[in-house]
Structure formats: structure tokens, C-alpha cells
Design a binder for this molecule. Sequence first.
Ligand SMILES: Cc1cc2nc3c(=O)[nH]c(=O)nc-3n(C[C@H](O)[C@H](O)[C@H](O)COP(=O)(O)OP(=O)(O)OC[C@H]3O[C@@H](n4cnc5c(N)ncnc54)[C@H](O)[C@@H]3O)c2cc1C
Ligand SMILES: NC(=O)c1ccc[n+]([C@@H]2O[C@H](COP(=O)([O-])OP(=O)(O)OC[C@H]3O[C@@H](n4cnc5c(N)ncnc54)[C@H](OP(=O)(O)O)[C@@H]3O)[C@@H](O)[C@H]2O)c1
Length: 280
Amino acid sequence: MAPNDPMTEQRPVTQTAAIKITLPDAQTVTSVRHYTDRLFAFRVTRPASLRFRSGEFVMIGLMGDNGKPLLRAYSIASPAWDEELEFYSIKVPDGPLTSKLQHIRPGDQIILRPKPVGTLVHDAILPGKRLYFFSTGTGIAPFASLLREPETYERFDEVILTHTCRDVAELTYGRELVESLADDPLIGEMVGGKLRYYPTTTREDSPRMGRITTLIENGQLFEDLGVPPLNPETDRAMVCGSLAFNIDIKALLEMAGLEEGANSDPRQFVVEKAFVGDGV
Ligand SMILES: Cc1cc2nc3c(=O)[nH]c(=O)nc-3n(C[C@H](O)[C@H](O)[C@H](O)COP(=O)(O)OP(=O)(O)OC[C@H]3O[C@@H](n4cnc5c(N)ncnc54)[C@H](O)[C@@H]3O)c2cc1C
Ligand SMILES: NC(=O)c1ccc[n+]([C@@H]2O[C@H](COP(=O)([O-])OP(=O)(O)OC[C@H]3O[C@@H](n4cnc5c(N)ncnc54)[C@H](OP(=O)(O)O)[C@@H]3O)[C@@H](O)[C@H]2O)c1
């Protein structure tokens, strides 16, 4: 008897098996890693038909208690060439989705709507010398994709990732990703010497403290990296964090003369929210 032949299967149909048949756009979880009580990452199978540009986001979720899909926007943290999809997620204690999503295990299924969109893509910025990725919290997710994208290193001489979190533990996902890039068989050699990593914390002691906006304003970022201040001729930026963060960084970029771009109108910088809520 073929073990998975539905006509001859002898095992009782479990609840899991029933869910597997009914979920629309179901993908299977392949691994889960928890970083803190607020943060985790997971990987899922990739639909064969899904094409996306590194940096884009999709809608993912679970079936809600009312039997309808409960979906939220999530940046794809893996690059476009990866055979699986990776996501980096917050755990909001009372969050409709993440209060449940945080309990997924390998073998479980999630819903993934295969319609990728977003502005944090190479198509939306003009060529330049130096590319900044400015992120806070889970806003690092789209850059986890772009940091593993060969085009990032083909288009720019220097790539600078800034990641600001409240605590040191919240930096772990990004730090380990950056450390792993040197040994990456596909892009390890391209990354060498081009990528600069600039992590900062605001509420726990670490080697670099402070909001990145403050460190731009007082020039500390440029001094630490040994690069000139922001310049629209040479510098490009992608920004992803809370609404308040995005607004503040955008003001600094525009003050330096950089203009915001879009897919249809590439310019010097692009911005995307890492989450909705909390106001300014
Ligand atoms: C374009 C876009 C891309 C996104 N990509 C990601 C991603 O890659 N990873 C991710 O974890 N979330 C991401 N989000 C947020 C995500 O869509 C959900 O809001 C999040 O999963 C929480 O869902 P929830 O139903 O549990 O709570 P919700 O009801 O959606 O949110 C409840 C509250 O939790 C807070 N919150 C929500 N998301 C975050 C977050 N990521 N970081 C800090 N506080 C948050 C806000 O205050 C919000 O009002 C993205 C949002 C947008 C708009
Ligand atoms: N344990 C918990 O329960 C817990 C812990 C943390 C957060 N939360 C909640 O989760 C939500 C999101 O927290 P989060 O830490 O992921 O995101 P966040 O509040 O946006 O903070 C992430 C990082 O960005 C910095 N930042 C915030 N606004 C900025 C701005 N306008 N300009 C420059 N830097 C800015 C923060 O610095 P500052 O520290 O200076 O603000 C922090 O280092 C909040 O609503 C919070 O209440 C809960």
C-alpha cells in the first residue's frame, strides 16, 4: 500500500490533515526560531509560481476563529533566489494574528497570498555609490532580503545597514545574518569589504547607543564609519521602521537634498512602514 494514497490510507484523518486540505494558499512551516519573548523568525515552503523582488512584502496569516483568513502584511526576509520563504516577526501579546502565529511549529501550515508588492526595491532607487538601509525593530526584515540579493552589491560600492532596537537581544537576528553573509556561497565574495553594519540600542547599554536619527544629526554615524555626510549625488537610502521613525528619517534625508522615489519614479530614497499603529 502506498503510505499516502488517500484511497488506501488506513490512518484516521487527523485534524491537522483536515486543515491541510482546506487552507487556501497553504504553505508548510519548515523551521522556527525564537529570539526573544517579542521576536521570532520562521521559514515556509515557497509556492512554485511565486516570483518577487527582494524587499517586497506579501499577506500571510492563519485561519481565524470565524473560519475566515486572518491576514497581515509581512516583508519577505529571504532573497528572491531562495527556494524557501523566511519571515521575521513580532509577537504582540494581544495581537489578533501574532498571539497565535508565535506558536507555529515545523509541519504546521500558514496562509500566504502570492501577490508581492512594495517600494523597498532596487527598481525604485537610482544608481549611486553608497546605499543605506535604515531600520528599527522588525523593520530589518526587508533588508534581510536585500542584504542577500546580489544586485545590492552589483549596484553599489558600499552598503551600510543601520539597525536600532531598544535592547541588545533584539539585534541578534540582524547580527547573525550579517555574520553569516561572509560564508554565503552565492554572495560571500561580493559582500566582502562592501557591507558595513551599524547596530545601536536605545534602552540597554551596548557599544553604540542612541537613535540613528540623533546620530545622523550630530554627525556621529558618519564619523564612526569614516564616510562623508549624506549627499544626493552619491548616497541612496531605504528606510523601514515605525511611522514616527520613518517621518523623522525622511525629514533628515530631504534636508540633505535626497528625494523620495517610487517604483514608477526611481529617485534617491524610499520608505516603507514596518507596522501600522502607535501613531506618531
Ligand atoms: C508593509 C508592512 C510590512 C510588515 N512587515 C512585517 C514584518 O516583516 N514582520 C512583522 O513582525 N510585522 C510586519 N508588519 C506588521 C504586521 O502586518 C502585523 O501588524 C503584525 O504581525 C502584528 O499583527 P497582529 O494581528 O498580531 O497585531 P496588529 O493588530 O496588526 O497590531 C497590534 C499593534 O502591535 C504593534 N505592532 C504590530 N506590528 C509590529 C511590529 N512589526 N513591530 C512592533 N510593533 C508592532 C502596533 O502597535 C500595532 O498597533 C508589516 C506591516 C506592514 C504595513
Ligand atoms: N516587553 C514589552 O512588552 C515591549 C518591549 C518593547 C516594546 N514594546 C511595545 O512594542 C511596540 C513596538 O516597539 P519596538 O521596540 O519594536 O519599536 P519602536 O518603539 O519603534 O522602537 C524601536 C527602536 O526605534 C527607536 N525609535 C522609535 N521611534 C523613533 C524615531 N522617531 N526616530 C528614531 N528612532 C526611533 C526606538 O528608540 P527609543 O527607545 O528611544 O524609543 C527603538 O530603539 C511599542 O508599542 C511598545 O510599547 C513592548
